[in-house]
Design a protein around this ligand. Sequence first.
Ligand code: B12
Length: 220
Amino acid sequence: MQDVVEKLALCIAKGKISRSAWFPPDMKDQDGADEIAAEALKNGIDPDVLLKGCMVGMDRVGKDFSEGKAFVAHLIISGEAMNVVMKQIKPFLESDQVKHKGKLVIGTVAGDLHDIGKNLVSMMIRGAGFEVIDLGMDVPTSKFLEAIDQNPGCFVGLSALLTTTMRNMESSVKEIKEKYPDTKVLIGGAPITLDFCTRIGADFYSPNPHEAVEYLNTNV
Ligand code: B12
């Protein structure tokens, strides 16, 4: 079983999606995440084992990214490799055979159409074993409140890329905290700083998804 975890983690970390994928060149003609997952499920291996492989792989690439050793393109291709595995284990996830660690409701704040960073964060957090409820972009505060109401105990992630929409982030955090003071709110996006996070009363800021995963793992 450890063998499956390691093989899958390697494919995810290196972005080897399937046997026919040309990337990465040093894994040419080797099985990718797709084949390894299919074979494992055929042999009756628990989907949790595959999820673990995804988590280990995404964790490796996430660490490299936060240390500047990997780039956005690496995260995207690793995410693609993870998605082919997730597609195969989705039926098990839906039948509750895999337990999620917790839930995160995430969205880009009102007025903001930038979702690339938010999608990366979602992907990494999903890869870490959390259920992610992605509300998309240009999300009004009322939608966040509705989602929190429907998912008691969830974490909330807000993303903003424009200095103008940072104001909307501030008012979303204020309203969320007024109505759900115990809900932990994570914020991020290129113009966001730790100082801003503290000032608006959010619980956590990170410039990268990896630290957000660490925060969730320790606070779940
Ligand atoms: C791509 C892009 C667009 C695309 C967005 C497509 C999409 N689907 O996202 C399009 C073309 C739509 C766009 C539109 C606009 N854009 Co634009 N855009 C960019 C650009 C080039 C890249 C942003 C990006 O995706 N970066 C890559 C991702 C991975 O990084 P990231 O989002 O920062 O996310 C990382 C972290 O911040 C963190 N993170 C992000 N969210 C979260 C959330 C949580 C909870 C956590 C923990 C972490 C976290 O993790 C991520 C991974 O490390 C930036 C310039 C730049 N270099 O940043 C300009 C930029 C953001 N855009 C800008 C502007 C001005 C605009 C427009 C107003 C342009 C116009 N005049 O129409 C419009 C606004 C539209 C709107 N209402 O939102 C300005 C903003 C300036 C400012 N000070 O506000 C920038 C900085 C360009 C510039 N130098 O002027 N844009």
